[in-house]
Design a binder for this molecule. Sequence first.
Ligand SMILES: Cc1ncc(COP(=O)(O)O)c(C=O)c1O
Length: 379
Amino acid sequence: MKCQRDKFLLQGKVTYLNGAYMSPLLKKVEKAGIKGIIGKRKPYRIPPEDFFGESETLRRLYASLINVSDPSRIVIIPSVSYGMENAVKNLPKKKGTIIAAGGQFPSNVYPWRANSAYQINFIAPPISHNIGSLWNERILDAIDQDTAAVSLGQIHWVTGIKFDLQAIRKRTREVGAALIIDGTQSIGALPFDTEQIQPDAIITAGYKWLMGPYSLGLAYYGPIFDDGLPIENNWINRLGADDFSSLINYQDKFMPGALRYEVGEHSNFILVPMLIAAIKQLLQWRPEEIQQYCEELFVDAIEELGSLGYVIETQEARASHLFGINLPENIEMDRVKKALSVHKINISIRGNVLRISPNVYNDQKDVQRLLRALKEAII
Ligand SMILES: Cc1ncc(COP(=O)(O)O)c(C=O)c1O
Protein backbone atom coordinates (compact mmCIF):
# COMPACT_ATOMS: atom_id res chain seq x y z
CA MET A 1 0.00 0.00 0.00
CA LYS A 2 1.20 3.53 -0.66
CA CYS A 3 0.65 6.50 1.63
CA GLN A 4 -3.02 7.59 1.56
CA ARG A 5 -2.55 11.11 2.87
CA ASP A 6 -4.29 12.69 -0.14
CA LYS A 7 -7.57 11.15 1.02
CA PHE A 8 -7.45 13.29 4.19
CA LEU A 9 -7.28 17.03 4.87
CA LEU A 10 -4.35 16.86 7.30
CA GLN A 11 -2.14 19.93 7.53
CA GLY A 12 1.38 19.43 6.19
CA LYS A 13 3.17 21.09 9.11
CA VAL A 14 1.89 18.78 11.82
CA THR A 15 3.09 15.22 12.25
CA TYR A 16 0.05 13.38 13.48
CA LEU A 17 0.96 10.05 15.04
CA ASN A 18 -2.06 9.89 17.27
CA GLY A 19 -4.78 7.80 15.62
CA ALA A 20 -5.32 6.18 19.01
CA TYR A 21 -6.55 9.57 20.26
CA MET A 22 -8.86 9.98 17.29
CA SER A 23 -8.53 9.60 13.54
CA PRO A 24 -8.61 12.56 11.20
CA LEU A 25 -11.63 12.48 8.89
CA LEU A 26 -11.34 11.08 5.41
CA LYS A 27 -12.56 13.56 2.80
CA LYS A 28 -15.24 11.03 1.85
CA VAL A 29 -16.42 10.77 5.44
CA GLU A 30 -16.62 14.55 5.77
CA LYS A 31 -18.67 14.70 2.61
CA ALA A 32 -21.09 12.03 3.83
CA GLY A 33 -21.63 14.01 7.05
CA ILE A 34 -22.28 17.26 5.22
CA LYS A 35 -24.75 15.49 2.94
CA GLY A 36 -26.50 14.17 6.06
CA ILE A 37 -26.77 17.67 7.54
CA ILE A 38 -28.13 19.14 4.33
CA GLY A 39 -30.59 16.27 3.98
CA LYS A 40 -32.60 17.57 6.91
CA ARG A 41 -33.41 20.74 5.02
CA LYS A 42 -36.04 18.58 3.34
CA PRO A 43 -37.48 16.25 6.01
CA TYR A 44 -40.24 15.17 3.63
CA ARG A 45 -37.53 13.32 1.73
CA ILE A 46 -36.70 11.14 4.74
CA PRO A 47 -39.19 8.24 4.64
CA PRO A 48 -39.76 5.84 7.58
CA GLU A 49 -37.69 3.16 5.81
CA ASP A 50 -34.63 5.39 6.22
CA PHE A 51 -34.87 4.97 9.98
CA PHE A 52 -33.73 1.39 9.46
CA GLY A 53 -32.06 1.12 6.04
CA GLU A 54 -28.76 2.86 6.71
CA SER A 55 -28.31 1.15 10.05
CA GLU A 56 -28.72 -2.15 8.18
CA THR A 57 -26.04 -1.13 5.70
CA LEU A 58 -23.70 -0.22 8.55
CA ARG A 59 -24.31 -3.59 10.24
CA ARG A 60 -23.56 -5.43 7.00
CA LEU A 61 -20.32 -3.56 6.34
CA TYR A 62 -19.03 -3.95 9.89
CA ALA A 63 -20.01 -7.64 9.87
CA SER A 64 -17.81 -8.04 6.83
CA LEU A 65 -14.92 -6.16 8.49
CA ILE A 66 -14.88 -8.37 11.60
CA ASN A 67 -16.15 -11.58 9.96
CA VAL A 68 -19.57 -11.98 11.52
CA SER A 69 -21.93 -14.17 9.50
CA ASP A 70 -25.15 -12.67 10.92
CA PRO A 71 -25.19 -8.83 10.73
CA SER A 72 -28.20 -8.65 13.08
CA ARG A 73 -25.76 -9.45 15.91
CA ILE A 74 -24.35 -5.94 15.41
CA VAL A 75 -25.89 -2.81 16.87
CA ILE A 76 -25.16 0.88 16.93
CA ILE A 77 -24.06 2.33 20.26
CA PRO A 78 -23.08 5.86 21.32
CA SER A 79 -20.03 4.90 23.37
CA VAL A 80 -18.06 1.97 24.73
CA SER A 81 -19.35 2.53 28.27
CA TYR A 82 -22.91 2.20 26.91
CA GLY A 83 -22.15 -1.01 25.04
CA MET A 84 -20.35 -2.46 28.07
CA GLU A 85 -23.25 -1.66 30.37
CA ASN A 86 -25.56 -3.89 28.32
CA ALA A 87 -23.07 -6.74 28.66
CA VAL A 88 -22.56 -6.20 32.40
CA LYS A 89 -26.30 -6.14 33.12
CA ASN A 90 -26.96 -9.32 31.13
CA LEU A 91 -24.02 -11.54 31.89
CA PRO A 92 -25.17 -15.14 32.50
CA LYS A 93 -23.02 -15.54 35.63
CA LYS A 94 -24.62 -13.13 38.06
CA LYS A 95 -21.64 -12.88 40.38
CA GLY A 96 -17.94 -13.61 40.44
CA THR A 97 -14.65 -12.20 39.26
CA ILE A 98 -14.01 -10.12 36.18
CA ILE A 99 -10.51 -10.58 34.80
CA ALA A 100 -9.22 -7.34 33.31
CA ALA A 101 -5.84 -6.15 32.05
CA GLY A 102 -3.99 -3.87 34.45
CA GLY A 103 -4.46 -0.24 33.49
CA GLN A 104 -7.14 -0.82 30.91
CA PHE A 105 -9.36 1.99 29.65
CA PRO A 106 -11.98 3.13 32.20
CA SER A 107 -15.00 2.48 29.92
CA ASN A 108 -14.26 -1.18 30.47
CA VAL A 109 -13.84 -0.73 34.21
CA TYR A 110 -16.55 1.56 35.60
CA PRO A 111 -19.51 -0.51 34.33
CA TRP A 112 -18.09 -3.52 36.23
CA ARG A 113 -17.19 -1.51 39.32
CA ALA A 114 -20.72 -0.14 39.52
CA ASN A 115 -22.11 -3.65 39.92
CA SER A 116 -21.36 -4.97 43.39
CA ALA A 117 -21.91 -8.60 42.33
CA TYR A 118 -18.60 -8.50 40.47
CA GLN A 119 -15.05 -7.95 41.70
CA ILE A 120 -12.42 -6.91 39.18
CA ASN A 121 -9.11 -8.72 39.22
CA PHE A 122 -6.69 -6.51 37.32
CA ILE A 123 -3.81 -8.56 35.95
CA ALA A 124 -0.77 -6.30 35.94
CA PRO A 125 1.88 -6.56 33.25
CA PRO A 126 5.16 -8.06 34.47
CA ILE A 127 8.00 -5.60 34.99
CA SER A 128 10.53 -7.17 32.67
CA HIS A 129 11.33 -7.66 29.03
CA ASN A 130 9.17 -9.98 26.98
CA ILE A 131 6.12 -8.48 28.68
CA GLY A 132 3.67 -9.76 26.07
CA SER A 133 3.91 -13.50 26.57
CA LEU A 134 4.31 -13.30 30.36
CA TRP A 135 1.31 -11.01 30.66
CA ASN A 136 -0.83 -13.42 28.66
CA GLU A 137 0.32 -16.31 30.85
CA ARG A 138 -0.67 -14.37 33.96
CA ILE A 139 -4.11 -13.67 32.53
CA LEU A 140 -4.66 -17.32 31.64
CA ASP A 141 -3.52 -18.42 35.10
CA ALA A 142 -5.99 -16.06 36.76
CA ILE A 143 -9.07 -17.54 35.05
CA ASP A 144 -10.86 -20.04 37.30
CA GLN A 145 -14.31 -21.37 38.21
CA ASP A 146 -15.08 -18.09 39.96
CA THR A 147 -14.49 -16.06 36.77
CA ALA A 148 -17.70 -14.56 35.40
CA ALA A 149 -16.00 -12.86 32.45
CA VAL A 150 -12.70 -11.80 30.98
CA SER A 151 -13.13 -8.27 29.70
CA LEU A 152 -10.22 -6.60 27.94
CA GLY A 153 -8.98 -5.18 24.64
CA GLN A 154 -7.54 -7.01 21.67
CA ILE A 155 -4.47 -4.95 22.51
CA HIS A 156 -3.58 -2.73 25.45
CA TRP A 157 -4.61 0.84 24.69
CA VAL A 158 -1.26 2.41 25.70
CA THR A 159 1.43 -0.14 24.88
CA GLY A 160 -0.25 -1.99 22.00
CA ILE A 161 0.60 -5.35 23.58
CA LYS A 162 -1.57 -8.06 22.07
CA PHE A 163 -3.75 -10.30 24.19
CA ASP A 164 -3.95 -13.91 23.12
CA LEU A 165 -7.69 -13.94 22.62
CA GLN A 166 -7.85 -17.45 21.25
CA ALA A 167 -6.11 -18.96 24.26
CA ILE A 168 -8.21 -16.80 26.59
CA ARG A 169 -11.39 -17.93 24.81
CA LYS A 170 -10.40 -21.57 25.23
CA ARG A 171 -9.78 -21.11 28.95
CA THR A 172 -12.99 -19.09 29.53
CA ARG A 173 -14.97 -21.90 27.86
CA GLU A 174 -13.47 -24.43 30.28
CA VAL A 175 -14.82 -22.47 33.26
CA GLY A 176 -18.06 -21.17 31.73
CA ALA A 177 -16.95 -17.53 31.71
CA ALA A 178 -17.83 -14.93 29.09
CA LEU A 179 -15.30 -13.14 26.90
CA ILE A 180 -15.95 -9.44 26.29
CA ILE A 181 -13.64 -7.50 23.99
CA ASP A 182 -13.12 -3.75 23.76
CA GLY A 183 -12.13 -3.41 20.10
CA THR A 184 -11.71 0.37 20.16
CA GLN A 185 -7.93 0.51 19.83
CA SER A 186 -7.57 -2.19 17.20
CA ILE A 187 -10.57 -2.96 15.01
CA GLY A 188 -10.13 -1.28 11.66
CA ALA A 189 -6.32 -1.31 11.74
CA LEU A 190 -5.64 -4.82 13.04
CA PRO A 191 -7.46 -7.88 11.66
CA PHE A 192 -10.18 -9.20 13.94
CA ASP A 193 -11.91 -12.47 13.11
CA THR A 194 -15.06 -13.01 15.15
CA GLU A 195 -15.74 -16.49 13.76
CA GLN A 196 -12.29 -17.59 14.80
CA ILE A 197 -12.23 -16.07 18.29
CA GLN A 198 -15.94 -16.41 19.08
CA PRO A 199 -16.13 -13.80 21.84
CA ASP A 200 -19.45 -13.09 23.52
CA ALA A 201 -19.37 -9.36 22.92
CA ILE A 202 -17.18 -6.89 21.04
CA ILE A 203 -17.63 -3.23 21.90
CA THR A 204 -15.93 -0.64 19.69
CA ALA A 205 -15.91 3.14 19.50
CA GLY A 206 -16.08 4.41 15.92
CA TYR A 207 -13.88 7.50 16.00
CA LYS A 208 -10.41 5.97 16.19
CA TRP A 209 -9.42 3.04 13.96
CA LEU A 210 -12.83 2.80 12.30
CA MET A 211 -12.20 6.38 11.14
CA GLY A 212 -15.75 7.48 11.81
CA PRO A 213 -17.25 10.44 13.68
CA TYR A 214 -17.33 10.88 17.46
CA SER A 215 -20.37 9.57 19.40
CA LEU A 216 -21.06 6.52 17.26
CA GLY A 217 -19.74 3.02 17.84
CA LEU A 218 -20.65 -0.57 17.13
CA ALA A 219 -21.24 -3.58 19.32
CA TYR A 220 -21.52 -7.28 18.59
CA TYR A 221 -23.52 -9.38 21.07
CA GLY A 222 -23.40 -13.17 20.82
CA PRO A 223 -26.13 -15.70 21.68
CA ILE A 224 -25.57 -15.56 25.48
CA PHE A 225 -27.14 -12.09 25.41
CA ASP A 226 -30.14 -12.98 23.24
CA ASP A 227 -32.78 -12.86 25.96
CA GLY A 228 -31.40 -9.99 28.01
CA LEU A 229 -32.90 -6.68 29.08
CA PRO A 230 -31.44 -3.61 27.37
CA ILE A 231 -30.34 -0.71 29.54
CA GLU A 232 -32.82 1.66 27.91
CA ASN A 233 -36.44 1.28 26.94
CA ASN A 234 -36.65 2.86 23.52
CA TRP A 235 -39.48 2.27 21.04
CA ILE A 236 -37.32 1.59 18.00
CA ASN A 237 -36.07 -1.76 19.34
CA ARG A 238 -39.56 -3.15 19.87
CA LEU A 239 -40.99 -5.82 17.67
CA GLY A 240 -42.77 -4.20 14.70
CA ALA A 241 -41.31 -0.72 15.30
CA ASP A 242 -40.95 -0.25 11.55
CA ASP A 243 -44.74 0.02 11.26
CA PHE A 244 -45.04 3.72 12.13
CA SER A 245 -48.84 3.63 11.98
CA SER A 246 -49.07 1.19 14.93
CA LEU A 247 -46.57 2.59 17.37
CA ILE A 248 -49.14 3.12 20.10
CA ASN A 249 -50.10 -0.53 20.05
CA TYR A 250 -47.53 -0.71 22.82
CA GLN A 251 -45.32 -3.71 22.45
CA ASP A 252 -43.41 -5.28 25.32
CA LYS A 253 -41.43 -7.64 23.14
CA PHE A 254 -38.05 -6.55 21.89
CA MET A 255 -36.60 -7.26 18.49
CA PRO A 256 -35.01 -10.69 18.48
CA GLY A 257 -31.44 -11.30 19.61
CA ALA A 258 -28.87 -8.54 19.79
CA LEU A 259 -31.01 -5.87 18.13
CA ARG A 260 -32.66 -5.11 21.48
CA TYR A 261 -29.42 -3.46 22.61
CA GLU A 262 -29.29 -0.80 19.92
CA VAL A 263 -29.29 2.79 21.16
CA GLY A 264 -32.41 4.92 20.78
CA GLU A 265 -32.34 7.16 17.68
CA HIS A 266 -29.75 4.87 16.11
CA SER A 267 -30.89 6.14 12.72
CA ASN A 268 -28.57 9.12 12.98
CA PHE A 269 -28.83 10.65 9.52
CA ILE A 270 -25.49 12.43 9.82
CA LEU A 271 -23.22 10.08 11.77
CA VAL A 272 -24.36 6.75 10.32
CA PRO A 273 -23.55 7.66 6.67
CA MET A 274 -20.15 8.93 7.89
CA LEU A 275 -19.29 5.62 9.54
CA ILE A 276 -20.57 3.77 6.46
CA ALA A 277 -18.21 5.76 4.23
CA ALA A 278 -15.32 5.13 6.61
CA ILE A 279 -15.85 1.37 6.85
CA LYS A 280 -16.24 1.09 3.06
CA GLN A 281 -12.77 2.61 2.76
CA LEU A 282 -11.33 0.27 5.41
CA LEU A 283 -12.75 -2.73 3.57
CA GLN A 284 -10.96 -1.57 0.44
CA TRP A 285 -7.68 -1.01 2.25
CA ARG A 286 -8.06 -4.09 4.50
CA PRO A 287 -6.80 -4.12 8.11
CA GLU A 288 -3.96 -6.57 7.31
CA GLU A 289 -2.62 -4.12 4.72
CA ILE A 290 -2.91 -1.19 7.14
CA GLN A 291 -1.01 -3.19 9.75
CA GLN A 292 1.68 -4.07 7.21
CA TYR A 293 1.95 -0.43 6.15
CA CYS A 294 2.48 0.72 9.75
CA GLU A 295 4.99 -2.04 10.41
CA GLU A 296 7.13 -1.16 7.38
CA LEU A 297 6.90 2.54 8.15
CA PHE A 298 8.52 2.14 11.57
CA VAL A 299 10.73 -0.92 11.30
CA ASP A 300 14.06 0.94 10.87
CA ALA A 301 13.17 3.77 13.24
CA ILE A 302 12.31 1.32 16.01
CA GLU A 303 15.67 -0.36 15.65
CA GLU A 304 17.42 2.99 15.84
CA LEU A 305 15.39 4.08 18.87
CA GLY A 306 16.27 0.82 20.57
CA SER A 307 19.97 1.46 20.02
CA LEU A 308 19.52 4.90 21.63
CA GLY A 309 18.12 3.33 24.79
CA TYR A 310 14.37 3.73 24.18
CA VAL A 311 12.50 0.57 25.12
CA ILE A 312 9.93 -0.89 22.73
CA GLU A 313 8.23 -4.27 22.98
CA THR A 314 9.19 -6.88 20.36
CA GLN A 315 7.33 -6.79 17.07
CA GLU A 316 5.50 -10.11 17.57
CA ALA A 317 4.07 -9.15 20.94
CA ARG A 318 2.60 -5.79 19.97
CA ALA A 319 0.57 -4.07 17.28
CA SER A 320 2.22 -1.94 14.61
CA HIS A 321 -0.47 0.76 14.45
CA LEU A 322 -0.16 1.46 18.20
CA PHE A 323 2.89 0.91 20.36
CA GLY A 324 4.52 2.36 23.42
CA ILE A 325 7.99 3.78 23.78
CA ASN A 326 9.35 3.67 27.32
CA LEU A 327 11.90 6.25 28.32
CA PRO A 328 15.18 5.08 29.77
CA GLU A 329 16.12 6.65 33.09
CA ASN A 330 18.58 9.13 31.59
CA ILE A 331 15.93 10.79 29.41
CA GLU A 332 13.59 13.28 31.03
CA MET A 333 9.95 13.43 29.96
CA ASP A 334 10.02 17.25 29.99
CA ARG A 335 12.80 17.26 27.41
CA VAL A 336 10.86 14.83 25.25
CA LYS A 337 7.72 16.95 25.49
CA LYS A 338 9.66 20.05 24.49
CA ALA A 339 11.29 18.37 21.50
CA LEU A 340 7.94 17.01 20.32
CA SER A 341 6.43 20.44 20.57
CA VAL A 342 9.32 22.12 18.68
CA HIS A 343 8.93 19.62 15.83
CA LYS A 344 5.13 19.86 15.88
CA ILE A 345 4.64 16.20 16.58
CA ASN A 346 1.36 15.08 18.02
CA ILE A 347 1.37 11.82 20.00
CA SER A 348 -0.15 10.82 23.34
CA ILE A 349 1.77 10.57 26.58
CA ARG A 350 0.24 8.16 29.08
CA GLY A 351 2.21 7.90 32.34
CA ASN A 352 5.83 7.34 31.40
CA VAL A 353 4.99 5.91 27.98
CA LEU A 354 4.99 7.68 24.62
CA ARG A 355 2.10 6.18 22.68
CA ILE A 356 2.80 6.24 18.96
CA SER A 357 -0.13 5.41 16.72
CA PRO A 358 0.45 5.83 12.98
CA ASN A 359 -1.89 5.11 10.12
CA VAL A 360 -1.90 5.15 6.34
CA TYR A 361 -1.79 8.96 6.19
CA ASN A 362 1.72 8.94 7.74
CA ASP A 363 4.91 8.67 5.75
CA GLN A 364 8.68 8.53 6.29
CA LYS A 365 8.83 12.30 6.77
CA ASP A 366 6.69 11.90 9.89
CA VAL A 367 8.83 9.05 11.16
CA GLN A 368 12.08 10.97 10.59
CA ARG A 369 10.69 14.00 12.38
CA LEU A 370 9.83 11.87 15.39
CA LEU A 371 13.29 10.30 15.35
CA ARG A 372 14.92 13.71 15.23
CA ALA A 373 12.88 14.91 18.20
CA LEU A 374 13.64 11.81 20.28
CA LYS A 375 17.35 12.11 19.51
CA GLU A 376 17.34 15.75 20.56
CA ALA A 377 15.67 14.83 23.83
CA ILE A 378 18.73 12.75 24.78
CA ILE A 379 21.45 15.28 24.25
C1 LIG B 1 -9.59 1.22 24.77
C2 LIG B 1 -10.61 2.31 24.72
N1 LIG B 1 -11.91 2.00 24.89
C3 LIG B 1 -12.85 2.95 24.84
C4 LIG B 1 -12.56 4.27 24.62
C5 LIG B 1 -13.65 5.27 24.55
O1 LIG B 1 -14.70 4.96 25.43
P1 LIG B 1 -16.09 5.72 25.40
O2 LIG B 1 -16.69 5.44 24.06
O3 LIG B 1 -16.89 5.10 26.51
O4 LIG B 1 -15.82 7.16 25.59
C6 LIG B 1 -11.21 4.63 24.46
C7 LIG B 1 -10.82 6.04 24.27
O5 LIG B 1 -9.68 6.42 24.30
C8 LIG B 1 -10.22 3.62 24.50
O6 LIG B 1 -8.91 3.90 24.32
